[in-house]
Design a protein around this ligand. Structure first.
Ligand code: ARG
Length: 716
């Protein structure tokens, strides 16, 4: 699952730990202490040092943080990386044009020279991690809550500077358990990354948004890249002289296949979970925030779809953004549905009731839940302000671009900062090229009108940005007409509405002209309105809830001393272990653990863009030409499910067997457990993985690139 960063009010931890649940995103450093015996009992054959070690090579050396939002794994001694298709999507789309459309047709480099450099792409490998809790807590002691974030930044900077000194490494601090623990992560970052290959998107994104977040699944969701380094095997900026990276470890690839009950673990960089959200946060998400995100995104998706359906060229330009908007649009639909179905609110309430009795008479904990409710009383009425700004007003492409001039406006006002103004113009100019190639004014115009109307209808009158009054002076009998008229005016008159007009402005910037521009004036009004009137309230809410969340987790740990707690996901390296497991999504329905190419053919629909199948794959299917990759019954495996605990950011993570071999790669979660970022539901939570044998088959037989398979270490 690809990472999406969102801020639900506050979040909590993670708990885990009855022997059977395979819940938990564990810190690799602590596996030996907390998890190893259980892992062994479940089928792990490796030593703790083979999982994570600092001095000798271990599995962790084959795991990469992929471009900040995904995970990948190194699967050859030539720095070959396997990750999801949807993780490589942007890069693949950026290399696709009409005439050389690798997004639709697929691509396999015949040799290193054909691999495509991807400017800006990077991966990082964890060198080591370290528990810094004692140091941070002692240095932060006595700091007032409102000064805490700044003080933490200062402490973090000192620690990371020390860790980096003289090494060429990167370092990051991560807060765990809402501030009860702190860990340092040291990385080596690599920036010369090249695209090695991808199946066509009819395979890599088969099922599209219709099947997204659902099992049974038939997607070959993978793509491949390679790390390049200098001649000394050191990280280096792109150079034609660079050579493939020789890793400390690469994962052997298993041809053995998976059976129900088999041990399976997933290593990767889960992005964010909110497992200890308070009941009030669930209520707010279900009733207000989630539906708002969904409805605002719906407007954009519908308008863009019209554009994409009309032209291949335009479809290619919008595909990547469309996919990422659609991904979390469906996520929030599913999360809301499952939060309700599984009565997560009730579950949280129950936990809070238990906590209350535990906290009674304990000064440290007694007032926590009361203070949380107090904070929500102030926050609830304004909670949609931020969503409307980020997903609404700034979600309109033109507004997003105009907002980049806010820095210029500030610098140019009264000529306060000429250098800053010049810099801001230069930055906007640099972005303009990309912006205007994928800018569709007529779709955008429709989007703006609808979003403004939605804002008008749903934000209480006294909370609306002052510019709304100006908008409502537009021509029209109904409000709908007024919003349309205003929107039409913006796209006719704004200096941002065409590249030529913007460039003319950028060549001769003029403060007055900018602030009188209808698009900029609107954006500035909505933006300032939030920053001046609502951001302080949001900050106050976070400052109020922060210590309560911290105390709540600390209290829960005391309340349940028999449990081993794991920290919420925060884009740091984790490991989750469990097994291959089927499930029953609802009464009388049983889903088996594996899908096959038969299912691809069942779903095949040449009239539906999301369910096309390349002719060559159909031919291979008809000829049963599956090489060594097929099941005993002669079928071609496609995907399987495990009960591992993953989330967005784990996309592309390796699924590893008890002997440290790659059996698949994680790419999604299932519909029935879409509330999983908030509560892990043992009965329903599954991870959806591509079977590595399908990956090999697609490279070898469909892609005609057996040399890439030969580069790997295959084991039977
Ligand atoms: N749900 C998957 C994830 O978050 C992404 C799948 C991308 N495919 C799509 N149809 N948008 O990782």
């Amino acid at each position: 699952m690809k990472k999406y960063i969102y801020t639900l009010s506050t979040l909590l931890l993670l708990l885990a730990s009855t022997a059977k649940a395979d819940e938990g995103m564990w810190l690799p450093l602590l596996l030996k202490k907390y998890n190893y015996e259980q892992m062994k009992a479940k089928g792990l054959k490796l030593t703790p040092e083979q999982l994570y070690d600092v001095n000798n090579s271990s599995l962790k050396d084959a795991i990469v943080w992929f471009n900040g939002g995904c995970t990948g794994e190194i699967i050859s001694n030539q720095g070959l990386i396997l990750t999801n298709h949807h993780c490589g999507y942007d890069a693949i789309a950026s290399k696709s044009v009409k005439g050389d459309n690798i997004l639709d047709n697929g691509f396999w480099a015949k040799n290193n020279g054909e691999e495509k450099p991807i400017p800006g792409m990077w991966v990082s490998i964890v060198i080591r991690m370290e528990d810094m809790t004692d140091r941070v807590l002692s240095e932060i002691k006595g700091t007032a809550e409102k000064d805490r974030p700044a003080k933490l930044q200062e402490i973090f900077k000192n620690i990371t500077d020390e860790a980096k000194k003289g090494t060429g490494y990167e370092a990051q601090m991560r807060e765990m358990f809402k501030g009860n623990a702190y860990y340092l992560f040291v990385f080596q970052k690599y920036t010369d990354i090249r695209l090695v290959g991808t199946p066509p998107q009819s395979v890599g994104k088969f099922g599209g948004d219709a099947d997204n977040w659902m099992w049974p699944r038939h997607t070959g969701d993978f793509s491949m890249f390679r790390i390049y380094v200098n001649k000394n095997n050191e990280a280096a900026a792109y150079s034609a002289d660079n050579v493939p990276f020789k890793p400390k470890h690469h994962l052997p690839v298993s041809l053995k296949g998976v059976k129900e009950g088999d041990y399976a673990m997933i290593y990767g960089f889960p992005g964010r979970t909110n497992r200890y959200e308070f009941s009030q946060g669930i209520e707010l998400a279900v009733d207000k925030i989630n539906p708002t995100i969904v409805n605002l995104r719906d407007i954009r998706l519908k308008a863009w779809k019209e554009v994409m359906d009309k032209s291949e060229e335009d479809r290619l330009k919008l595909s990547a953004d469309y996919a990422s908007i659609a991904n979390y649009w469906k996520y929030f639909i599913g999360q809301t549905e499952q939060l309700k179905r599984l009565n997560v609110y009730g579950y949280k309430k129950e936990m809070e009731t238990k906590f209350s009795s535990f906290a009674k008479g304990k000064a440290e904990y007694e007032n926590i839940l009361l203070n949380v409710e107090k904070a929500y009383v102030d926050y609830r009425p304004i909670a949609l302000q931020r969503t409307y700004l980020t997903e609404g007003i700034l979600g309109v492409s033109l507004n997003g671009f105009a907002a980049s001039m806010l820095t210029y406006e500030k610098a140019a006002k009264n000529n306060t900062d000429t250098a800053g103004a010049r810099k801001a113009i230069a930055a906007a100019k640099a972005n303009a090229e990309e912006f205007y190639t994928a800018f569709f004014p007529s779709a955008d115009e429709k989007i703006l009108a609808q979003i403004l109307e939605m804002y008008y209808n749903n934000i209480p009158a006294e909370q609306q940005a002052p510019y709304m009054a100006i908008i409502l002076k537009s021509k029209g009998k109904t409000n709908t007409e007024k919003f349309k008229a205003f929107s039409a005016l913006v796209y006719a008159k704004s200096m941002f509405s065409t590249k030529e007009k913007f460039e003319a402005f950028a060549a001769k910037p003029d403060y007055k002209k900018l602030v009188n521009d209808p698009c900029f004036a609107m954006v500035k009004s909505f933006y300032d309105h939030y920053i001046n009137n609502y951001k302080p309230k949001v900050d106050a809410f976070n400052a109020a809830i922060g210590p309560e969340s911290r105390g709540y987790i600390k209290g829960l740990m005391q309340m349940m001393p028999e449990k081993t707690f794991y920290p919420d996901a925060n884009s740091s390296l984790r490991l989750t272990y469990g097994s291959v497991q089927a499930y029953e999504p609802k009464d009388a329905v049983k889903f088996t653990f594996q899908t096959t190419l038969d299912g691809v053919m069942e779903k095949y629909n040449p009239k539906d863009f999301e369910f096309q199948v390349p002719q060559k794959l159909i031919d291979l299917y008809n000829a049963k030409d599956f090489g060594d990759y097929k099941l005993e019954n002669g079928k071609m495996p496609v995907a399987f499910i495990t009960n591992n605990d993953i989330t967005g950011g784990n996309s592309g993570s390796p699924v590893i067997d008890g002997e440290g071999r790659l059996i698949g790669l994680a790419f999604d979660g299932n519909w029935e457990a879409m509330s999983g970022d908030i509560v892990f539901d043992e009965k329903y939570k599954r991870t959806i993985n591509v079977d590595v044998r399908y990956v090999l088959f697609l490279i070898d037989k469909l892609g005609g690139a057996p040399h890439i398979v030969n580069e790997m270490t295959l084991v039977k």
